[in-house]
Design a protein around this ligand. Structure first.
Ligand SMILES: NC(=O)c1ccc[n+]([C@@H]2O[C@H](COP(=O)([O-])OP(=O)(O)OC[C@H]3O[C@@H](n4cnc5c(N)ncnc54)[C@H](OP(=O)(O)O)[C@@H]3O)[C@@H](O)[C@H]2O)c1
Length: 356
C-alpha cells in the first residue's frame, strides 16, 4: 500500500502518553495535521501540554476523546486520515479475548474510514524476548526482528506475567492479517526498547516505567527492574522512537506485517543509570539513592546468573537503521534530558548533598 502523503492527516492513539505526546509533537514539526486521540479531551492535567502546542491554536492539531474499549470510538476520527499511529495501551493485558476485541475496534474504524493507507502499531521488545525460561535466551541470544519469545513454553500464560508480551504479539498479527485481508492499507510494527528521555507533561512522570524509575532515583530510593529480573536497561530515546514512527508512516521501503525494533543497542545496569545522574549533572548536587531489591530471595540468589545471561544477548538494530536511516541518541543525552524535565516540568525535588 501507500505511505502517507507529506502534510497529510495522522490520528495518534495514546496522545497524552509519553511516546504518543512526542509523536504528536514531531508530526506537527514536520508539517502534518494531527488528530490526537485521548481518553478525555477535557482532562487538562493530561492534555494541557497538547493544547499548548502551537498547532492547536491554528487547528492543525485537534483533540478527540475516545476510549478504545468502546466499539466504533474511532469511526469518525479516522475518516479523512491517511495514517494512524496506534500507541495507546489497553485497559488490561491479562485477557487475550479482550485484547483481540479492542484490536478489532481499531481495525474496524480503519476499514470504515476508506482513507487510511498505513497504520503503525506500537508493540514492544517484550514481543521479541520475553522468555518463560531464561535458558531460551542462551539458546537464541540474538535479539532481532524475526525473533519471537518461545510461544510453545507451557509457562507462557497471562497469569504468569506473560500477558503484556502475549497481547503485543497478538496485536501485531491481528493488524497485519486485517490489513492483508482489506488490501487497502498496511500495518507496520514498531517494537521500542526501554524509553528514556524528556517528559512533556508532569503526569508522565508516573508512567513509563523508565522515567518513573529515574524519578524515584531523584527522590532517593529506587528498585531493581521487576519487569525482567536483573536485566540491564535496553534503551532508546523517546524522541527517536517518535521519529521511527513517522519514518514508518512515510517509508516507501516497508511492507505489511514487518516489524522494526527501535533501540540504540546501548545497555546499562540500573545502578549505573543512577550513578549517571551525578556524572552528567554535577551542578545538581544529587545525593544519590539507595537500591531496594523487591525480588524474592530465591530470585536474588540468581542475580549473577541472570545478569550474565542478559549480558550475553546481542541487541541488533540493523533493520531499522538500514531501511529507515535511523540514528540513535546516546543514553547519556536521554538521562540528562529526562532528569532536567522531571525537575522543570514534573516538579520533582531531588535529594541533594549539603550545600546545594
Ligand atoms: N515506555 C516504554 O518504554 C515502552 C516500551 C515499549 C513499548 N511501549 C509501548 O508504547 C506505547 C506507549 O507507551 P507509553 O510509555 O507512551 O505509555 P503511557 O505514557 O502510559 O501512555 C499510554 C496511553 O494509553 C492510553 N490508554 C490506556 N488505555 C486506554 C484505553 N482503554 N483507551 C484509550 N486510550 C488508552 C492512555 O490514555 P489517557 O492518558 O488519555 O488516559 C495513555 O496516555 C504502549 O503501547 C506501550 O506498550 C512503551
Amino acid at each position: 500500500m501507500a505511505p502517507i502523503p507529506q502534510g497529510g492527516t495522522v490520528a495518534v492513539t495514546g496522545s497524552a502518553g509519553f511516546i504518543g505526546g512526542w509523536v504528536v509533537h514531531q508530526l506537527l514539526e514536520e508539517g502534518y495535521r494531527v488528530r490526537a486521540c485521548v481518553r478525555d479531551a477535557n482532562d487538562d492535567d493530561k492534555v494541557g501540554f497538547l493544547k499548548a502546542m502551537p498547532g492547536y491554536a491554528s487547528g492543525r492539531l485537534s483533540l478527540h476523546s475516545a476510549n478504545l474499549d468502546e466499539a466504533g470510538c474511532f469511526d469518525e476520527i479516522f475518516k479523512g486520515c491517511q495514517g494512524v499511529a496506534h500507541l495507546s495501551h489497553v485497559s488490561t493485558y491479562d485477557d487475550m479475548e479482550y485484547v483481540k476485541r479492542v484490536c478489532d475496534h481499531v481495525i474496524n474504524s480503519v476499514n470504515q474510514s476508506e482513507t487510511v493507507n498505513r497504520v503503525v502499531v506500537t508493540s514492544s521488545i517484550a514481543a521479541v524476548m520475553s522468555e518463560s525460561d531464561m535458558q531460551e535466551l542462551v539458546r537464541r541470544p540474538v535479539l532481532y526482528e524475526d525473533r519471537y519469545p518461545d510461544e510453545q513454553n507451557p509457562k507462557r500464560q497471562a497469569n504468569r506475567g506473560q500477558g503484556y508480551s502475549m497481547g503485543k504479539v497478538l496485536a501485531e498479527r491481528a493488524f497485519a492479517d486485517a490489513a492483508e485481508e482489506s488490501g487497502r492499507w498496511d500495518a507496520i510494527t514498531c517494537c521500542p526498547g526501554d524509553n528514556v528521555g524528556p517528559i512533556l507533561s508532569a503526569h508522565q512522570k508516573n508512567f513509563g516505567p523508565w522515567q518513573h524509575h529515574i524519578e524515584t532515583m531523584l527522590l532517593g530510593q529506587y528498585s531493581q527492574n521487576v519487569i525482567g529480573a536483573y536485566r540491564a536497561w535496553f534503551t532508546v530515546d523517546v524522541r527517536d522512537v517518535a521519529e521511527a514512527h513517522i519514518r514508518m508512516l512515510e517509508s516507501v521501503n516497508v511492507q505489511n506485517g514487518e516489524r522494526y525494533i527501535a533501540w540504540s543497542t546501548e545497555t546499562r545496569n540500573v545502578e549505573d543509570v543512577c550513578a549517571s545522574i551525578d556524572r552528567l549533572l554535577p551542578e545538581l548536587g544529587f545525593a544519590g539513592a539507595e537500591l531496594i531489591d523487591p525480588l524474592p530471595e530465591s530470585v536474588q540468589a540468581k542475580e549473577a546468573q541472570f545478569r550474565a545471561i542478559w549480558g550475553g544477548c546481542d541487541l541488533r538494530n540493523d533493520r531499522i537503521c538500514d531501511t529507515l536511516g535511523m540514528a540513535f541518541r546516546p543514553l547519556d543525552v536521554s538521562i540528562r534530558d529526562c532528569v532536567e524535565t522531571l525537575i522543570s516540568v514534573g516538579g520533582v525535588e531531588p535529594v541533594r548533598r549539603p550545600g546545594f
